[in-house]
Design a binder for this molecule. Structure first.
Ligand code: KG4
Ligand code: ZN
Length: 349
């Protein structure tokens, strides 16, 4: 049994968690997430402000996570920290803090890739959300479709050619005059929308696509965003009166595209389950769309909002797996704004 402290500061959430376990048998003892509300004023994350806020909050957040787990650093066996990808200044605060704690206490350190954290996150709530599965990671910065035959083996199937799914939600929300981050606001407004009022073209989705085609698994959302822009500009009605209908049209197009591509992956790789991760996995219409596209024999596991969005529990969980494999970061562990997820298997197909 290992008790691991997780630290996450890659974007605008300052988070720490304590997790105990071995293999896939784990117990989350505490999770503290401090969301930096300040960025709302600017309509997007301001990197320098994010770093400064992490600097102020991280140690109190770590203390709180330890206290909630009724332990201290003495009771911790290892520290896992997000070191990529993300805002470099923000990552640096987490990594420097983790290194400091590791040196001071003589603890081993494990560097975790943020997207691998999202892959492991759902298993914290659904014991069956373990490989083999098809994963769809949909966050503010990434859209990745992967086949996961085993932990640490990630076969890339598709990705976005331009905007990430969350970014598309946030941009569409902005065009509709909704607050940042806009995903959950679009979802809420879309509930009252008429699906027939605005039917946007499904991006990169054609029935004649075949496995091996460039577009079979990839997605693209920038055209959809432009379609929303034109719909808003060209409408004779007020923005207030069309908002739910445009939100619905946008969400339906995005969901159908992602759901179709996930269903293709499930069929091609013959996986019994789909695991969703990242902030957009909170979207119930997306989950329902994927369930409908995959059919009754496929289980779709989606995390709750607390575990779907950025948090340190998922970093501790992925870190525990890497720690048990014997991985240790040295004290020159570097931060990277962009870094491929470790364990990519690129020659499998
Ligand atoms: O994973 P995450 O917390 O942060 C990143 O690593 O990017 O994802 C944040 C993204 C934002 O773009 C936000 O608008 C989106 O997740 N999001 C949603 C919903 N809740 C959060 N998108 C669609 N529907 C939601 N309910
Ligand atoms: Zn994330």
């Amino acid at each position: 049994m290992t008790r691991i402290l997780g630290i996450e500061t890659s974007c605008d959430e300052t988070s720490a968690a304590v997790l105990t376990g071995s293999g896939d048998e784990v117990r989350l003892e505490s999770l503290v997430i401090l969301s930096q509300d300040v960025h709302r004023v600017f309509g997007g994350v301001v990197p320098e402000i994010a770093s400064r806020q992490h600097l102020v909050s991280l140690l109190p957040v770590v203390d709180r996570a330890l206290a909630d787990a009724r332990t201290t650093l003495e009771g911790i066996d290892a520290i896992a920290v997000t070191h990529a990808p993300g805002l470099v200044g923000a990552l640096l605060v987490g990594v420097a803090t983790a290194k400091g704690l590791a040196i001071a206490r003589g603890l081993p350190l494990v560097g975790v890739h943020h997207m691998e954290g999202h892959l492991f996150a759902t298993s914290l709530e659904h014991a069956d959300a373990v490989p083999p599965f098809i994963a769809l990671l949909v966050s503010g910065g990434h859209t990745l479709l992967l086949d996961v035959p085993a932990w640490g083996e990630y076969v890339p199937l598709g990705a976005t050619r331009d905007d990430a799914a969350g970014e598309a939600f946030d941009k569409a929300a902005k065009l509709l005059g909704l607050p940042y981050p806009g995903g959950r606001h679009i979802e809420a407004h879309a509930k009252d929308g008429d699906p027939a009022r605005f039917r946007f073209t499904r991006p990169m989705l054609r029935r004649d696509q075949r496995p091996g085609d460039d577009h079979y698994y990839d997605v693209s959302f920038s055209g959809l965003k432009t379609a929303v822009l034109h719909a808003v500009r060209e409408s004779q009605d007020t923005i207030d009166s069309i908002r739910p209908h445009v939100a619905r049209g946008f969400q339906d197009a995005l969901v159908e595209t992602l759901a179709t591509k996930v269903a293709r992956a499930v069929r091609a790789c013959r996986r019994p389950r789909v695991v969703l991760g990242g902030g957009v996995a909170c979207n119930r219409a997306l989950v329902a769309g994927i369930e409908a596209a995959c059919g009754p024999h496929v289980t779709v596991h989606a995390p709750t909002p607390r575990i779907a969005t950025d948090n340190a529990a998922m970093i501790a969980r992925a870190g525990l797996w890497r720690f048990e494999r014997g991985e240790r970061a040295s004290l020159d562990l570097a931060c990277h704004a962009g870094l491929p997820i470790p364990g990519l298997v690129t020659d499998a197909r």
